[in-house]
Design a protein around this ligand. Structure first.
Ligand SMILES: Nc1nc2c(ncn2[C@@H]2O[C@H](COP(=O)(O)OP(=O)(O)O)[C@@H](O)[C@H]2O)c(=O)[nH]1
Ligand SMILES: [Mg+2]
Length: 300
């Protein structure tokens, strides 16, 4: 059963709010992958609000819950570089997709490339996951389908060099003059060791800074919604290594609960930029804190 169905059933089955109601609600939120601290804190605030405003109807309490949940997401948006406004940035743009293996980096790189293409831009895809030959081929297939250039080196090559070449290929080498090239770089999610991966990503980061400093440079951390609380642990590692500005939550089309986004906001101040809901190029949409909070609370 989808989490939203569970929460809908919960509210449908109550006739008034009580201590038991709040206790069960907190447990249910934890089940939805919200962290225990956020869940209990939010329910505490909800309980106070209901008392103060004499709210006794579960439906009314749920409206308040959605407002509190939305506030967690909005308060966590430290960065304004979060979503589709990027598409309207006219200058040079470099986008890096980061994340562990299997979360959907390559697929998401292609989705973002497709969005730019629809906006009349001509993005270059950079196959900077050089760890596996299959990863390079996978990006090349997307490039062919989308009619976009893919810059790739051989397997085992230096990913930073791939990104460097992609920036050149996109027109980023022109100094002094205005360029509007877009580079979307896939990266590796698995290495022999975690420190090797972190070093590799830091090197790419340095190359982009030196090669395309001053351009719009965004690092998105791709997280798989089906991994639940594990996504927070991944975000902690990547945030410590290369400070992504925002996350992209994939596989939200499955039975994923998605509550981890509240922890990303409150613990790491990592906003979510996009939600991905399938494998097709069009299955990506800008994340909306208001809609997400309401859906999580079972309102729609
Ligand atoms: N259902 C669903 N599947 C996805 C989504 N994003 C990626 N996938 C699938 O997840 C698998 C891993 O994706 P991939 O892009 O190769 O992950 P990577 O290892 O991070 O590059 C593939 O089978 C994708 O088709 C999504 O939003 N929804
Ligand atoms: Mg990949």
């Amino acid at each position: 059963m989808k989490f939203t169905e569970k929460i809908k059933n919960f509210f449908a089955g109550r006739s008034s709010v009580s201590q038991e109601f709040f206790d069960e609600l907190a447990d249910l939120l934890v089940e939805g992958d919200i962290g225990a601290q956020e869940a209990f804190g939010t329910v505490e605030l909800l309980q106070q609000a209901c008392k103060k405003d004499k709210i006794s109807q579960p439906d009314e309490a749920r409206e308040r819950l959605a407002v509190l949940l939305e506030k967690i997401l909005v308060d966590g948006q430290r960065s304004s570089v979060v979503n589709s406004f990027l598409l309207d940035t006219s200058g040079q743009t470099v986008i890096l997709l980061l994340g562990v293996n299997g979360v959907g980096k390559t697929t998401t790189a292609a989705k973002i490339a497709s969005m730019y293409k629809d906006h009349g831009r001509n993005p270059v895809l950079a196959a900077a996951d050089t760890f596996r030959a299959a990863a390079i081929d996978q990006l090349k297939i997307h490039g062919e389908r989308l009619g976009l250039r893919v810059v790739a080196h051989r397997q085992g090559g230096d990913p930073a060099a791939v990104v460097y070449d992609a920036i050149e290929a996109s027109g980023g080498a022109i100094t002094g003059g205005a360029t509007n090239g877009v580079v979307i770089a896939d990266t590796a999610g698995r290495m022999h060791t975690k420190s090797a991966l972190v070093e590799e990503l830091r090197k790419i980061d340095r190359i982009v800074e030196s090669k395309a400093g001053g351009s719009c440079y965004v690092k998105y951390l791709v997280l798989d919604a089906t991994t639940g609380r594990n996504a927070l642990a991944q975000a902690e590692i990547f945030s410590g290594a290369v400070s992504p500005q925002a996350a992209i939550l994939t596989k939200y089309d499955s039975t994923a609960k998605g509550g981890v986004v509240f922890s990303l906001a409150s613990v790491l101040h990592l906003p979510v930029a996009y939600l991905c809901t399938g494998e097709k190029y069009g299955d990506i949409k800008a994340f909306d804190p208001h809609d997400f909070a309401r859906e999580f609370a079972g309102i729609n």
